[in-house]
Write a protein that binds this ligand. Sequence first.
Ligand SMILES: [Zn+2]
Length: 474
Amino acid sequence: MLFSAPIALVPGVAAAPSGDSAHAGGGDSVAPASASVTVTRDGPETVRYEVALTNLSRTDRLWVVVGGAEVRTATGLTRTGGDGRTRLRWTGADVARVTLAVSVDADRARPERAATDAWAFGPVPFVEVQREVDGSVARSWPLTGDSVAGDRRLDGGRHVVGDRYALVGDHDVRTAAAAGQRFRLVMPVGAGSTVDAPAVLDALAGAAREFHVGDRDERVLAFAAPDPVRDGGESVPARDEFWVDADASLDSPENVWIHEYVHTRQSFSLAPEMRWFREASAEYYAARLSYEQGLVSRSAMRDSLDGSASAATLTDPASWPDRQTPHEKGARALAVLDSKIRDASLGHRSLEDVFRRLNSHDGTVTYAVFARTVAAVAGQPMDEWLDRHVAGDAPVTDDYRQSPLAAVGLPALDRLGSTPGTAFFLVALALSLLASGPLYAVIGRLQRREQRDGDRDDDGRGGERHSRETRLLG
Ligand SMILES: [Zn+2]
């Protein structure tokens, strides 16, 4: 047994009404069931997870729902099918045990896995236990931090199992702390030659110190994943966990390490018309925070955010020519919006204040909420600009391309004309522009970005996983 934990009695979504909820507290009347988990490497292409449930005496009914893994064996459980997942029903035995196999064989369909003889990197399967006691259904997730806090080191420290990703086998762990956050960087043995761990941790720590948007959780778990894992990275914002391909460059405005870190700071819930904001903000702040740390030059940052005019409407995903629109037009729009907010507030406020308010917003962030938040932060409505460039199809570069001042990095005349043009204002403006940079060139995007971004950051999947954890399958 490598780790075990009591199964907390969490009232399910479909739990019986309040009359039964006394049992859901888990207190004195019902002893909690326990789960123990064993993780082992099982041949060159497989990682095996064994979940054993005990202390089931007061249980009326129990199900185990499995996703992202093949059920190899089940004891005390019988399969009842499922919608894309495997569903197993408890037979009443003293112990219920299920063995799961996760393939770590990298191929085109599964580009986020990799393995050598010494280690294997891949996703952690989804396992939900639904236990009914006296009419109340409690759910638990033996393989995630809902049951066991944080990442686990198993088998004498040979494996690191996060909520979503696992590195099974030989690895190194480096840590850093900054701004109340503790970073753990997990690298397969041998990856040390491609990953500059101190530099990666410096960059993450620097980003933590400079990025004031709330949702700053205590622990961040990062994996460096070597070939044949695809380029790019992937994060699970709700879990503060991500991986980045070990070859990813730190001195690039598309800094994937910082990009994925920014995702971990996103706790907002976005309405469909605001989905663009997730990737757009990660992309923009990857460039901006890289620049602020001196990892890239100002012109490199500007070039990366620049791009050809796009008539896509950010709030209307059906109008996007491809899934890169949020990374490109979205990030560009945020760069310009950041600059406008800094201008309007004489440098006192920025897009980070908007981001922070969206994180703490109670409920779903709609476009109306976004526009209202921008106005509150900037001290003046920016609806007209947002309606044109975010909820409309006007290319973002148009704001700057027409202006002769654009060529020297100053804002367009109409924006100066609309605000009191004092000398102080100009100085404040110039200072803020040093950091943010206006966007005006019409140079096409780097080819490299398209290759890299082809299949990255599956936030939708992270979100899906999160939502299926909150859905009861009683
Ligand atoms: Zn992303």
